[in-house]
Design a protein around this ligand. Sequence first.
Ligand code: GLY
Length: 383
Amino acid sequence: MWRRAIEDAVGKIRRNLEQHGLTFPHITNEKRYEWSANEDWIEGFYTGLVWLSYEYNGDPYFKEQAQLQIGDFKRRLQQRICLEHHDIGFLYGLSALAGWIVERDNDARELAMQAADHLMGRWRSQGGYLQAWGPENDEQNGGRIIIDCLMNLPLLYWASQMSGDPSYGEVAYKQAELSRRFLVRGDDSSYHTFYFQKENGNPLGGGTHQGYRDGSTWTRGQAWGIYGFALSYRYTQDPAFLGTSKRLLRYFVDHLPEDHVAYWDFDVPIEEHTSRDSSASAITACGMLELLELLPEGDPDRAWISDSLERTMQSLVMHYATIGEEAEGLLKHGSYHVRGNSGLDDYMIWGDYYYLEALMRLERSVPGYWYERKDGIKGIRNF
Ligand code: GLY
């Protein structure tokens, strides 16, 4: 079943590349992608899909296309196009770092290092956090962190391993620890966002941007936390991160509806037209696969995690994927920003990416592009 799903996905990715050239899929409410330039936070997911396709069948067309896209990411970094945010890991991890991981391409490695340097520029030493959005003096976002950032930290951990300079990993570690203390609540649910006083890092309070309300649990935020803390554990071996990832996952699984695919917020009233967020479930599937890599055989949590993974993937493949359909996207029924009325019940390019990453982990043991694959990489804390 996984192989058929991958074949179908890879065919769609090839058709998209052929039809849309060097443009990138963006979100609409039209049940289709809008194709435009590389100037949002999401383009790396498309390049990640191209690399996964290449790793699946070795077709040189995919490698060429991925490398063309990396060229565009290089131009973007040189020209600083829409890079005043922390999603540098999503953009450059799945493009440049992937190019290094798959092809050992030194130019791609160099670009990934430059991207890590750019991300380091968002560290606010007075407050002790990585600022999520906007310039330093931004009125609204100056003291803000968001849970999504956990998935940008692997680029920094990797940069420390690659360069031998501990400062990248130190920043990543501090951000993960801060996130654990302030974004995760006592009942293992999470805030999307938390504010600090810029001058001294005093905590001000939690809230949301894309969730249902300030104290609710936005499902995709919870998913970013599950996978992100697992990856922080991989790099640091700090058991607190492993425990946090598992607890966030337990909360996620305990609040799923019958078909095991999340609605867009765990606190939203469920009515006939309430949107799912299939992308949150795809991210969580990858988080579960990562946890299963990290947990030793015989760990008592493996059984329920494996069971939940199986149910999630079966449901996504059988009821949410576009297998056999004329479609540009891979996964239906994602949500972007429901309260903002943007990206409702539609394809989400990151949902497509994590769905294919999960399938490739299951079918080919290809774990995406969050860390190097060489032996012994697990748990090196060299900073
Ligand atoms: N990182 C933004 C989102 O998940 O929508």
